[in-house]
Design a protein around this ligand. Structure first.
Ligand code: C5P
Length: 393
């Protein structure tokens, strides 16, 4: 692989030499891009000798070969170790005022960052927000670990060891293209069932888990269609997005894309019922007296219908969000549900007033059609998405 190792200006830059060394010994072609600050910690000759390649630092070198774009385009993997708080802030903002920033912005390769900084800087709200933004864009983080920091203090912020960074980066790059050539249809968000032009019956799904699945599938090379119902988060770049409102709109969008999909993941929270009539103008409170009765009719069960009409070889994944907190009872609900729905897998999680919705993390159990547990995952919604794709791909 062609690997770019970015080195930014922190004391952990001395450990970047070990990262470069391991990648070269594993047979990869490595180009180091060091920032000016990084070269105040470790000299250029060290990186040149270890990487067996010239080290580039300057945006204005090699202009005739458009180097700032070429290195990013040619890279199969970009690893930045150490990634300082300042570097991550610039990356989150899309600032490209040096060769490393330009290279990353010009690349579609997987990006792995190994942060290193003091605990206070890692916990600073600016860093926390930047890390969340970078993760939501599909950028992978390895570490930081807890342990001895540069001074006498210790805590979270220590850069992961070089071998851990290399193992994680190569694993990410290795699975990156396993969905190349596959068409994947993903639903996300929560449907809204209109009562009148102003009101709806809805649910608290934000769409984060489905959007993370779309980002992860796209990063693994899939051709992704995301049917998003009232998403509260931005859809990832590089996927085809169809925005819908109600369950019936979601049903139409799904049925038009599903026949050509290899994999369908129904992560959306679809309303089981909708108001029987949608009133054309705003319902007035005076028109109903002190009590109002709504008549609801059942929506089609899209997942169930998909499973009945699926083309040969199509894999279908359903979701079940339940308020049941007892694990055995939750699993029993899941087993009953997958038998009724007819999907190949069911991703089961507990939701409640404070868990599951609009949160950054998630914890799921995945069942197969026989009701057996095939895997579990917890962590960021992106890492859960990757684990689900590992299980079903
Ligand atoms: O029955 P329940 O709503 O818990 O099932 C959840 C799963 O079924 C999810 O995958 C959801 O996207 C899907 N579903 C559907 N059509 C409905 C209701 C839910 O496809 N009307």
């Amino acid at each position: 692989m062609n690997i770019v190792v970015g080195v930014t200006g922190g004391i952990a830059a001395y450990k970047a030499v070990g990262v470069v060394r391991s990648l070269v010994l594993a047979g990869h072609s490595v180009r180091v891009i060091a920032t000016d600050a990084a070269l105040r910690f470790v000299g250029k000759p060290t990186f040149e000798a270890i990487s067996r390649n010239p080290v580039n630092t300057d945006l204005y070198e090699g202009v005739s070969e458009v180097r700032h774009v070429a290195m990013g385009q040619e890279a199969d993997l970009i690893v930045v170790a150490p990634a300082t708080a300042s570097f991550m802030a610039k990356l989150a903002a899309g600032i490209a005022d040096d060769l490393l920033g330009n290279t990353i912005l010009a690349s579609t390769a997987p990006i792995v960052l190994a942060p290193a900084m003091h605990t206070e800087m890692w916990r600073n709200p600016a860093t926390v927000a930047n890390v969340a933004l970078l993760r939501s864009r599909g950028i992978h983080l390895v570490g930081p670990e807890s342990g001895q920091l540069t001074g006498k203090d210790s805590g979270i912020g220590r850069m992961s060891e070089p071998d851990a960074i290399v193992d994680a980066a190569l694993a990410i790059a290795g699975r990156t293209r396993d969905l190349a050539g596959r068409r994947v249809l993903i639903t996300a968000g929560g449907t809204r069932e209109p009562l009148d032009p102003v009101r709806f019956i809805g649910n608290r799904s934000s769409g984060r888990q489905g959007v993370a699945l779309a980002a992860a599938a796209a990063a693994r090379g899939a051709d992704v269609t995301l049917v998003g119902a009232n998403l509260e988060v931005d859809a990832p770049a590089g996927v085809t997005v169809v925005h819908v409102g109600s369950a019936l709109e979601l049903s139409d969008a799904v049925h038009s894309s599903a026949p050509s999909a290899h994999l369908v993941i129904m992560a959306a929270a679809v309303a089981d019922f909708r108001p029987e009539t949608v009133v054309e103008s705003k319902i007035k409170k005076d028109s109903t007296g002190d009590r109002m009765t709504l008549s609801l009719v059942k929506n089609p069960d899209i997942l169930h219908d998909l499973a009945l009409t699926r083309p040969d070889g199509q894999v279908i994944v359903g979701f079940a969000a339940e308020t049941e907190s007892d694990r055995d009872a939750l699993l029993e609900l899941g087993r009953t549900k997958i038998a009724r729905k007819g999907s190949d897998y069911l991703v089961l999680n507990t939701v409640g007033w404070t868990v599951g919705f609009a949160t950054e993390g998630n914890a799921v159990v995945v069942l197969n059609s026989a009701g057996d547990i095939v895997g579990e995952a917890s962590g960021s919604k992106l890492s859960v998405a990757d684990r689900i794709l590992d299980l079903v791909s």
